[in-house]
Design a protein around this ligand. Structure first.
Ligand SMILES: Cc1cc2nc3c(=O)[nH]c(=O)nc-3n(C[C@H](O)[C@H](O)[C@H](O)COP(=O)(O)OP(=O)(O)OC[C@H]3O[C@@H](n4cnc5c(N)ncnc54)[C@H](O)[C@@H]3O)c2cc1C
Length: 451
């Protein structure tokens, strides 16, 4: 650390807002990148020079102003639960942790405005006071911040009904730019696409307004099937048909359920495939009856009164499924892909035939721009990077297109981002290219500079 710069930081934001314990600086320089053995190797030694945790909007602005003046790289951070090294500083500099900007600004009917650093679970508690609930949230909602979700996430619980972040689940954001004079912008409508899932490369989000809905009474249900085809057909029927009010429809192939240690008493057979469903309690009886028609057997029901009390079934879904697999055997990793709705059985059959149990299927049913998609988060038993990309290539070859989670580069993962527009916006908002350096593919950064 340069003592000169440290002194300037102290002057600008007060020493109480600067982290001075080395181990804490290292910890706050990391996220969940180690889910990927490829990223684990690449990012292991990356570390910030300084971490600032501003306790107010004014302090946040002051640290950004100083970094612009001194041309120091800045990496924004929420809770650091991202999986692609999004929050890891590639070139040192300052990590700015916004988790203390965590106040609700306004809860209205159908919307909430909140500071970016608020944890999503805390936000949920707040809006439930007015009998409303979130549309979508990641399975990490207990830790993750709302700003980090908007800047680094995609979808989650609720996406089977309401879609991803891009599907109207963000109404507006306020951002601070890195211009000579750090300034605030209010972004809404189509302009949001330059900020959603852009890893904070175009600005630091300070406030988020999201839609909220009247609260439902959610029941959590586990249904066991002996055939993967049956569980896929049943869950497709539930996910596709609007008559069911649901927020989570997940499928995991056997033996993944045996990785879920807290469910040990419930999951007794090694060859059980599982549907994990959150559904409105008025639909529960009918759901169980329908499941029987697909040869499904209800093995566990958590009544609405126990929702959010203790572990929930969403703790086994989305990327939590991978976490349980990793707890079981650290050689598991994962992919993200979109199966084709009409060819999903065929695609799964082909992959199974080629790779056997080296790939285990995990599917989240979701809507993307209104279209129902069986989105895969398959587990892959890692052998080498070469083999991993052989599997990815095969998925792509048969049309089960992969969003590669083994890269920290924005857009290289496969989300259909408007990368040129993001790069242009970066030039406007961050002319010295200080924000989250190294995450935007270099050819894009260079092209916009040359213009
Ligand atoms: C077990 C597990 C399960 C997960 N499940 C899901 C899931 O269901 N759905 C999903 O979408 N993701 C999921 N994720 C990924 C991650 O948890 C979420 O995307 C989460 O919302 C990120 O929030 P965070 O506060 O931890 O953000 P961080 O990891 O801190 O940051 C994410 C990105 O946003 C940037 N950023 C953070 N705050 C700001 C800000 N205020 N302004 C600008 N940029 C900012 C960071 O630089 C980084 O690039 C999962 C991860 C794990 C480990």
């Amino acid at each position: 650390m340069s003592t000169n710069l440290l002194r300037k930081l102290f002057e600008a934001v007060g020493s109480e807002n600067v982290v001075q314990v080395e181990e804490t600086v290292t910890k706050l320089s990391k996220d969940y990148y180690w889910y990927s053995p490829v990223l684990d190797k690449q990012l292991e030694h990356k570390r910030a020079d300084y971490v600032v945790i501003p306790d107010s909007y004014e302090t946040l602005k002051a640290v950004l102003q100083l970094t612009v003046k001194e041309k120091i790289p800045v990496t924004p951070r929420g809770a650091g639960t991202g999986n692609y090294g999004q929050a890891i500083p590639m070139t040192g500099g300052v990590v700015v942790d916004v988790s203390k900007l965590n106040k609700v600004v306004e809860v209205g009917e159908g919307f909430v405005t909140v500071q970016a650093g608020m944890r999503i679970r805390d936000l949920e508690k707040k809006i439930m006071e007015s009998d409303q609930e979130l549309t979508i949230y990641p399975s990490t909602f207990v830790k993750a911040t709302i700003g980090g979700f908007v800047a680094g996430g995609s979808g989650g619980i609720g996406s089977v009904t309401w879609g991803n972040l891009w599907d109207g689940n963000v109404l507006s954001v306020k951002v601070l730019t890195m211009n000579e004079e750090v300034s605030e912008l209010l972004i809404d409508g189509a302009d949001l696409l330059d900020y959603i899932h852009s890893y904070g490369t175009t600005g630091i989000i300070t406030e988020v307004t999201i839609p909220i809905k009247p609260k439902s009474n959610w029941v959590q249900e586990l249904i066991s099937f002996s055939s993967l085809q049956d569980v896929l057909d049943f869950t497709r029927y539930i996910a596709e048909d609007d008559q069911w009010k649901k927020r989570l429809v997940t499928v995991v192939e056997a033996p993944i359920p045996t990785f879920f240690r807290p469910l040990k008493k419930v999951i007794q057979e090694k060859d059980e495939h599982l549907a994990l469903i959150e559904i409105e309690e008025s639909d529960l009886t009918r759901l169980k009856e329908e499941a029987k028609k697909f040869h499904g057997r209800s093995i566990y029901t958590a009544e609405a009164s126990s929702y959010r009390k203790g572990i929930g079934i969403s703790d086994f879904t989305w990327n939590h499924t991978t976490l349980w697999a990793l707890k079981n055997d650290k050689n598991w990793t994962y992919l993200q892909n979109f199966f084709s709705l009409d060819d999903v059985h065929d695609q799964i059959g082909k992959i199974k035939k080629r790779f056997g149990d080296e790939v285990l299927f995990h599917i989240e049913w979701l809507r993307d721009k209104g279209k129902l998609i069986p989105a895969g988060l398959p587990l892959v038993y890692y052998q080498s990077q070469e083999r991993l990309y052989e599997i990815i290539d095969y998925f792509n070859e048969i049309g089960a297109s992969v969003n590669d989670p083994h890269t920290y580069l924005l857009g290289a993962g496969g989300w259909n981002l408007q990368l040129e527009s993001i790069a242009k916006k970066k030039k406007e908002n961050d002319p010295y290219e200080l924000l989250n350096q190294g995450k935007l593919p270099t050819h894009l950064v260079k092209e916009t500079i040359d213009q």
